[in-house]
Design a binder for this molecule. Structure first.
Ligand code: HEC
Length: 211
């Protein structure tokens, strides 16, 4: 275990974040509930436990908002169901990619076991695997808000060779399907940086399940 140095302090901040959570849930923002919270300290000072506390604060409104409105070409059940899947990370981490946001990676039962092997070669992810990655932004002053939901779906071999047989999708923090050129906006980075591991970036080592 790595988080140990000052457990009492972490717990204290977790409780503080809980208070902010309540505030975020009851203060109307533009007529709708806003998924925003406070870390209670600057981003630079945030520990893993602080990031988790921010996520705990954001998570229910975040999920509700992702599910607002029609999803058009994105299967709505992915967005509805992903919280029933399992997490591949033990705490939110911000690897620098994906807009420097903190990330939470959910994988459906079809692909979970294969994904959490975190193989760096000979990766075999079954078709039908769906991965949903929640994201949130934390500003320098510690104020946090939900970011987009990023989705990857593994399709049958040969269906989309250009993207290593992954379909990419993105839902805005307010629930709208976001039209992006998935080749240049998603696949190129995944392929160029992680082509050797089947196009998968994986959570940073520190927060990988089983690590
Ligand atoms: C600049 C590079 C880059 C771009 C562009 C990018 N990603 Fe990623 N993506 C990553 C990295 C790095 C990870 C691993 C992040 C982590 O959890 O620490 C990742 C992880 C993911 C995951 C979790 C599965 C995995 O790879 O382990 C999903 C889902 C995902 N990205 C979807 C998308 C979508 C959808 C887009 C386009 C809208 C996109 N990504 C654009 C770098 C990128």
């Amino acid at each position: 275990m790595r988080r140990h140095r000052n457990m009492r302090r972490h717990i204290c901040f977790a409780m503080l974040a809980g208070v902010f959570a309540t505030a975020a849930a009851i203060i109307p923002f533009g007529g709708a509930q806003a998924a925003s919270c406070e870390a209670g300290k600057s981003r630079a000072d945030m520990t893993e436990a602080d990031a988790q506390a921010v996520y705990d604060c954001l998570q229910s409104v975040m999920y509700e908002n992702y599910n607002k409105g029609g999803k058009n070409w994105i299967p709505a059940e992915y967005v509805k169901n992903y919280r029933d899947w399992k997490l591949a990370n033990t705490a939110p981490a911000a690897p620098g990619f994906h807009g420097d946001r903190y990330l939470m990676t959910w994988v459906n039962p079809v692909g979970y076991d294969a994904y959490v092997e975190f193989r760096d070669e000979n990766v075999e992810i079954p078709a039908g695997t769906i991965i949903a990655k929640e994201s949130f932004d934390v500003a320098e002053n510690g104020s946090a808000k939900a970011g987009p939901l990023f989705i990857m779906q593994k399709v049958e071999e040969g269906r989309s060779p250009e993207t290593l047989d992954w379909y990419y999708m993105m839902v805005s923090p307010g629930g709208a399907p976001v039209a992006v050129d998935v080749i240049s906006a998603c696949s190129e980075c995944h392929k160029e940086n992680f082509g050797h591991q089947g196009g998968l970036g994986y959570p940073v080592l520190d927060v990988r399940v089983g690590n």
